[in-house]
Design a protein around this ligand. Structure first.
Ligand code: PLP
Length: 373
């Protein structure tokens, strides 16, 4: 049996989502058709929209379904009627790349050693520039799990007449997320990080914010995003979101147990962002001299799946951009491994990982000793 510890890359499909998806597939029907089958499909989409809206404390009309979380971020950034874009240094590549693709000035706000945005620097940036700004600040970082002060940033952004968008892709299902309490204008979500299917996302848009269209086509999503809705994906997204907030095991207890055992067997280990508020499921670690790429392959051979950071950037030899922004040395960046727990995780996963990790550490120090001899 495999030990899957990469829930931040994608979370296995929850049974509740799978059942809802299969029902939707069996139903058929285009939600834009006005005969019986179409109306039934429309009813499913609207029920799902309400479920997600209720979860976030918004009205259903504020939920725009998209293809993926990446599309939701692109829509917010490319569609915003602003003159410049201000983003944190640790945003996901789909935010950074989308901002750069607009051709507008992009200003990057630094983060602390713990990976949290410097709010004073944000305020200075907003105060110094010309024209209307869009601020992009993620709610939780996908690599470190560090939570960002989005509510405070929203207050600052609005004080300077800016719009604020938050990428909440990693936060949904892991911590409470309430759109109104955060005070943001836009929020991106993704189904597969919650235990829904891949290829479905949503943009939450505050009433009164008008975006340029990204996907032109029919009048779907109240004319804001063309294309026949992914009915099965959408109902799976809603079912997964509800399940995530109803039945989650105590992930934080599991993650904390993991980290205490890890420190016991490898006292030199670094746990990034452990001094700041972070997601309860994420542990981003590095042990100097235990190279991440080799460790990942060795863990995989032993049946354990983890990541070297963001799935989208793994494979790059330079190591994590997020850690570089936090001032982590290149040597330690090359050793960074992300372990992320989720609804399938158990204590047996922790035991298995620690057992194999201990063997790898012992083998590595033996190799080092024989090289030195
Ligand atoms: N934003 C963050 C923080 C992510 O972690 C990811 C996925 O890794 C995305 C956006 C992109 O979401 P999707 O895979 O649905 O395009």
């Amino acid at each position: 049996m495999r030990t899957y510890l990469d829930h931040n890359a994608t979370t296995p499909l929850r049974p509740e989502a799978r059942a809802a998806i299969l029902d939707a597939f069996d139903l058929g029907g285009n939600p834009s058709s006005i005969y019986t089958e179409g109306r039934a499909a429309r009813a499913l989409v609207e029920k799902a929209r309400k479920t997600i809206a209720d979860q976030l404390g918004v009205i259903p009309a504020m939920v725009i379904f998209t293809g993926v979380g990446t599309e939701a971020n692109n829509f917010a950034i490319k569609g915003a009627k602003v003159d410049r874009i201000v983003i944190s240094a640790v945003e996901h590549s789909c935010v950074l790349e989308a901002a750069n693709a607009t051709g507008k000035p992009v200003e990057i706000v630094p983060v602390s050693q713990g990976g949290v945005i410097d709010l004073e620097a944000l305020e200075k940036t907003l105060a110094s520039g010309n024209g209307k700004a869009l601020v992009c600040l993620m709610l939780a970082n996908n690599e470190t799990g560090a939570l960002q002060p989005v509510r405070e940033a929203a207050a600052i952004a609005h004080q300077y007449g800016a719009l604020i968008h938050t990428d909440a892709v990693q936060a949904l299902g892991k911590i409470p997320v309430n759109f109104g309490l955060l005070g943001v204008d836009m929020m991106a979500l993704s189904a597969h990080k919650v235990g829904g299917p891949q290829g479905t996302g949503a943009l939450i848009l505050r009433d009164g914010v008008v975006l340029e269209k990204l996907i032109h086509g029919g009048g779907q999503e109240l004319g804001r995003r063309g294309g026949t809705e992914n009915v099965a994906g959408i109902v799976g997204f809603a079912a997964a979101t509800s399940a995530a907030y109803k039945n989650e095991p105590d992930i934080k207890a599991l993650r904390d147990l993991f980290e205490s055992k890890l420190q016991e067997v490898s006292p030199g280990v670094t746990i990034f962002s452990s001094a700041v508020d972070r997601l309860p499921n994420t542990s981003y670690i590095a042990l100097e001299s235990l190279k991440a790429q080799t460790t990942l392959i060795n863990l995989d051979l032993e049946g354990i799946a983890v990541s070297t950071g963001s799935a989208c950037s793994s494979g790059k030899v330079t190591g994590s951009r997020v850690l570089a922004e936090m001032g982590v040395s290149e040597a330690l960046r090359a050793c960074a491994l992300r372990i992320s727990f989720g609804w399938t995780s158990t204590q047996a996963d922790v035991t298995k990982f620690i057992e194999v990790w201990q063997q790898l550490v012992a083998r590595n120090s033996k190799n080092e000793q024989s090289t030195a001899a």
